[in-house]
Write a protein that binds this ligand. Structure first.
Ligand SMILES: C[S@@+](CC[C@H](N)C(=O)[O-])C[C@H]1O[C@@H](n2cnc3c(N)ncnc32)[C@H](O)[C@@H]1O
Length: 280
């Protein structure tokens, strides 16, 4: 048997991850690891710990090991096969919550989140805006499984996840012209840029969540065109975008006839959101 302190010393160059992983394996709080260093760890936990630390050193994301990621103050379950929610995406969700509170505080509204992944956007909106009914759509089986687990975890009944290829998932449900808001954080990395991503992202997160086609704009073109059939008059279409895609996405909305189109920057001053309105 080995002591907690011995394991900590062995991984002193990556102490932070070591403490997180060991506390998960022992099912204890982080403070236990610091406070009870002399306690011994069973052999199978030691072996599993070394295995996970080796994976971590190879770039495997800590969030997949811990099976969790905080987003908008909610603790999301995540696992390999689903994109880990990003801090940048909180800008998008915060903007939508503010928009709902200012414009739809007193009425019940429908929101559609295309490419919903872990459910980060859909479930945060459903949690913070109880007057919404949110539909999340993703083509990935794992994403739908994970988002339904998160829906249960947060005990939300005003969110529904559908598996399918963008608007095809809604066919036959009679939801044409029914949405006040359509939101998407779609795959938006261009073919050329995928190679230049860090190996933690490129080697371990799903390509399906990243690949936005040759110029990274495929999903913006498809969604913008088809969204007009699903938005109500005065409905909002809003996207998260890559830092260098603001003008291109704005142009896509403009060509499809959207009005009052704007680009919003994130806290680092990068273009991060594009939105516009359907006006008949
Ligand atoms: C960038 S991730 C965003 C995930 C989540 N919305 C978030 O912000 O964390 C894009 C998601 O699009 C999904 N996706 C890719 N192609 C799709 C398609 N044709 N229809 C629906 N979802 C798709 C991927 O499975 C992935 O979950």
């Amino acid at each position: 048997m080995v002591r907690i302190d011995d394991l900590r010393k062995r991984y002193k160059d990556n102490l932070q991850d070591g403490v997180l992983i060991l506390s998960k394996l022992l099912n204890v709080d982080k403070s236990y690891i610091y406070s009870f260093g002399e306690r011994e760890v069973p052999r199978e936990i030691e072996d599993r710990f070394i295995e996970l630390m080796t994976k971590r050193e190879e770039g495997y994301p800590i969030q997949y090991i811990l099976e969790e990621k905080d987003f908008m103050g909610l603790n999301f379950y995540v696992k390999e096969g689903v994109l880990i929610p990003r801090f940048d995406t909180e800008t998008l969700v915060e903007y939508i919550i503010e928009y709902i509170n200012e414009n739809h505080r007193d009425n019940n509204i429908r929101v559609l989140d295309l490419c919903s992944g872990s459910g980060a956007i859909s479930l945060s909106i459903g949690h913070y805006c109880k007057n919404t009914f949110v539909y999340g759509v993703d083509i990935s089986e794992v994403a739908i499984e994970v988002s339904n687990i998160n829906k249960e975890k947060f005990n939300l009944t005003n969110v529904r996840f559908l598996k399918g290829n963008l608007f095809k998932a809604l066919e036959g449900l009679g939801l044409e012209g029914q949405y006040e808001i359509i939101v998407s954080n779609p795959p938006y990395i261009s073919k050329g840029e995928i190679e230049s991503l860090s190996n933690t992202v490129k080697d371990f997160e799903p390509l399906l969540a990243l690949d936005g086609g040759q110029d990274g704009l495929d999903f913006y073109r498809r969604i913008t065109k088809e969204s007009k059939g699903y938005l109500k008059n005065e409905g909002l279409l809003i996207y998260e975008i890559g830092y260098n895609q603001g003008e291109d996405v704005k142009d896509i909305l403009f060509k499809e006839g959207f009005k009052d189109i704007s680009i919003i920057k994130d806290l680092q001053g990068h273009d991060r959101l594009v939105f516009g309105f359907k006006r008949n």
